[in-house]
Write a protein that binds this ligand. Structure first.
Ligand code: 5RP
Length: 230
């Protein structure tokens, strides 16, 4: 007899993995904290153990505000030289732990904080697991004056790039830059793709996280939290 799968909503799956991520928080240390609706669940869980951590380094203004509102001390990234873990969501994650990120426009600071950490712990619901990256529009943070030429470079690769809009104007990131969302790509070699796009003048950050891939993914599934290690 098989056990019927529980029916969790996507929001409940995010809460499950947010709670499960607490197991990776090292007591007495500073935690790297990402951005997004899944991370918001993690931040809520982190608040229940806030007296057991030394604070957090945050990857966005939004996460900083949430952390502070819950009484968690937020340190500047320049105040730390190393983090044990960085905990963040993803828009897509493949079978090797390579990710697409930046749906929340925080990709640049996410890469910066992830680069301080020994391990990237990805928290995601099962809808984020893909075989090949590229179904989710790829976010790329760009210097606004380079947006046109970067869009043409993506077109040459078979993609269609659009400036992300908010309230009728280009969205402005926490770093004062714009985001291109690129549709129609199949990113078969994430490491090479990330290296290539990083070379293009005007690219601030490409939302492929291959050089800083996940070490662990806590995936929320109908059967509960699945732990994938890479
Ligand atoms: C923000 C991100 C997020 O991690 C990503 O968009 C996933 O968000 P969510 O947990 O809301 O689905 O990269 O820039």
């Amino acid at each position: 007899m098989t056990t019927p799968a529980a029916s969790f909503s996507q929001d409940e799956l995010k809460a499950l993995v947010g709670q499960a991520a607490l197991a990776y928080v090292v007591p007495g240390e500073i935690v790297g904290v990402g951005t997004g609706s899944t991370v918001n669940k993690f931040i809520d869980a982190l608040a229940t153990v806030k007296d057991r951590i030394a604070g957090a380094v945050s990857s966005s203004v939004a996460s900083t505000e949430r952390l502070k509102a819950l009484g968690i001390q937020v340190l500047d990234a320049n105040e730390v030289t190393r983090l044990s873990v960085y905990i963040d969501g993803a828009d897509e994650i493949d079978g090797a732990g390579y990710m697409v990120k930046g749906g929340g426009a925080a990709l640049t600071r996410e890469k910066i904080v992830a680069a301080l950490a020994d391990r990237f712990i990805c928290i995601a619901d099962a809808s984020k697991r893909v075989d090949v990256l590229g179904a989710f529009p790829l976010p790329v943070e760009v210097i606004p004056m380079a947006a046109g030429q970067i869009a043409r470079r993506f077109e040459a690769l078979g993609g269609q790039a659009q400036v992300r809009m908010k309230d009728g104007a280009p969205l402005v990131t926490d770093n004062g830059q714009h985001i291109l969302d690129v549709r129609g790509l199949k990113i078969a070699d994430p490491l090479a793709f990330e290296s290539e796009v990083n070379q293009w003048p005007g690219v601030v950050t490409v939302g492929v996280f291959a050089h800083q891939k996940a070490a662990v993914c806590l995936l929320g599934t109908p059967e509960g939290v699945q732990t994938l290690t890479y």
